[in-house]
Structure formats: structure tokens, C-alpha cells
Ligand binder design. Structure first.
Ligand code: MN
Length: 288
């Protein structure tokens, strides 16, 4: 297992100086940096190659995280929007080779943040599955694994628990499509967070970790870290374990993730660095 964090940890906007962030994550003890997948389409190939070179120098893995915009929803009942979504995701997949990235994760079966204006679950599910079949073929060709993130009911209506996630995988029917369990979402939706890891088994392709309030692992008391670590060992999980800490209020991140108070205890950048370092050590101790 390799450990890391989402790029947005220090900021409140969905943007990033990736070279600087790679260095800071390495210094904190991370071996994975999760990037914003949309950024990959906005950067020149030279920029992508510079990030790949820096990651290689630091011996770090890059993973990509997406919450597609509503006008690129592959489940939409509007054919043009579905097509735009399929093309958008496939373009990202084609660019991943410039980063040596193999794992693409998120709510790519729908869009995020969801506004719940169209919750025709059977209809949108079927359209999403048909679109994903096409995207999965491209992922297979490029050697990329797509991990469907199971989201809680306040953020999506399509895949809310592991049972639904497994059904979606079965309907798509591609080995390149797997699941992502996030402890924050699972804590809201599952009867038993630990059991959901066993249920996913070899279909688990990525893990997000955070406390029930999205603080860094180790800052809270309710997530059963020891038993999650044992479950990951028992199912022979050897992928990335990525933190998605959201401690800071303000900006687009605060608004999208709904952080309406400071959860950092007034931390400055140096203190934020220390929190991250402690959390990586905590995860290694619990999971390895
Ligand atoms: Mn997540």
C-alpha cells in the first residue's frame, strides 16, 4: 500500500502548483499525490512531463481525481451532454501516459457536486452504464483503472453504497472498472464500514481515508482504523490509500465540500505540514 493526499490540502481553490505540492507531500512522507483530473487537460504536454519527472525523482505515484461538471454528465438524458462527458473522460485517459498515471478515480459515472434536479435513478443508471462501457474500452487500451467512488446520499443519488457499486461494475462488465471506498462516505451509508471493504474484495481499486468530519486520519475517534487496516490486509489490497482532508473554510473547495467552519484549529502552513506528516505516519502504523 502507498499513502498520499489530494492536492487541495493546503488551499481553498481547485487549483494547484503541482511541482511545489509534490515536494511538500514528499517532505510529509507521502508516496502518492492525487491530482485534479480536469487540470490535466488544461496543461501543456511539457508541464505534464515536468510533473512526471518530478514524481519519478521523488519516487511518487500520481493518481487522478474527477468530479465531472454537470455539462459532462455521462448519465444525462441529453445525448449531447453524454457525448461531451464520454469525450472529456476519454481525453483525460489518453493524457495519463504523459504522467505515468494508471489510476483515475471519482464520481465519473455522474457529475459532482450533484444538484439533484434529475434523480431518475433507473434511467440515469442505464445511460451511465452504457457510456461507461465505451469509456472502459479506452481505459483497457491505455492500461488505466477507473475507480467508481461510492458517494453518500447528500452528494450523489446513483451509487451510495458498496452493494450498488458492485452492481454497477457487474452491469459495465470490464476488468478496468473498480470501486473506491471512502471512509467518510461509508461512515454515513454502510451498516458496517469494515464489512464494506471485505464485500468489495478484489474489486477495490482505490481507497480514500478521512475521519467522519473529513479531518485527517488520527484526528478523530470514530473510524475503526485498526479493523480497516486488517480488512485491507485480508483482501490483499495493494493500491493507493489517499487522504482527502478538508480542514479549511472558504473558496470553491469550502463551498463544494461544505466546510462552514475552521477545522484546522487555526493552523498556519507549517502546522498543516505537521498534521499531514502525523497522519501519514498514523496510516502506516495502522495499515502496514
Ligand atoms: Mn473521496
Amino acid at each position: 500500500m502507498r499513502f498520499g493526499s489530494l492536492y487541495s490540502y493546503w488551499g481553498t481553490e481547485w487549483k494547484c502548483d503541482y511541482l511545489k505540492t509534490l515536494k511538500k507531500m514528499k517532505e510529509a512522507g507521502c508516496d502518492v499525490l492525487e491530482m485534479g483530473a480536469g487540470h490535466v487537460l488544461e496543461m501543456e504536454l511539457g508541464e505534464l512531463e515536468a510533473i512526471r519527472a518530478a514524481a519519478k525523482e521523488y519516487d511518487m505515484e500520481l493518481t487522478l481525481n474527477i468530479g465531472p461538471p454537470k455539462d459532462k454528465d455521462i448519465a444525462s438524458r441529453v445525448p449531447e451532454i453524454r457525448r461531451a462527458g464520454i469525450d472529456y473522460l476519454c481525453n483525460i485517459i489518453h493524457r495519463m501516459k504523459y504522467l505515468d498515471a494508471k489510476t483515475f478515480i471519482g464520481a465519473m459515472y455522474s457529475y459532482w457536486p450533484c444538484d439533484f434536479t434529475d434523480t431518475d435513478k433507473p434511467g440515469n443508471w442505464g445511460r451511465s452504464v452504457e457510456s461507461m462501457k465505451e469509456i472502459a474500452k479506452v481505459a483497457e487500451d491505455e492500461g488505466v483503472t477507473l475507480c467508481m467512488e461510492i458517494l453518500n446520499r447528500f452528494e450523489s443519488y446513483l451509487i451510495n453504497d458498496c452493494t450498488e457499486g458492485l452492481q454497477y461494475l457487474e452491469d459495465v462488465g470490464s476488468d478496468s472498472v473498480k470501486l473506491l471506498i471512502d471512509t467518510f462516505h461509508a461512515n454515513i451509508e454502510e451498516d458496517d464500514i469494515v464489512a464494506s471493504f471485505y464485500q468489495a474484495g478484489d474489486k477495490l481499486g482505490h481507497v480514500h481515508v478521512g475521519e467522519a468530519n473529513r479531518k485527517l486520519p488520527g484526528m478523530g475517534r470514530d473510524i475503526p482504523w485498526d479493523r480497516i487496516g486488517q480488512a485491507l490486509k485480508d483482501i490483499h489490497y495493494d493500491g493507493a490509500v489517499v487522504m482527502e482532508p478538508f480542514l479549511l473554510t472558504g473558496g470553491s473547495v469550502g463551498a463544494d465540500v461544505k466546510v462552514w467552519r475552521d477545522l484546522s484549529n487555526g493552523a498556519d502552513e507549517k502546522q498543516m505540514d505537521l498534521y499531514l506528516k502525523d497522519a501519514v505516519q498514523f496510516l502506516r502504523k495502522k495499515f502496514l
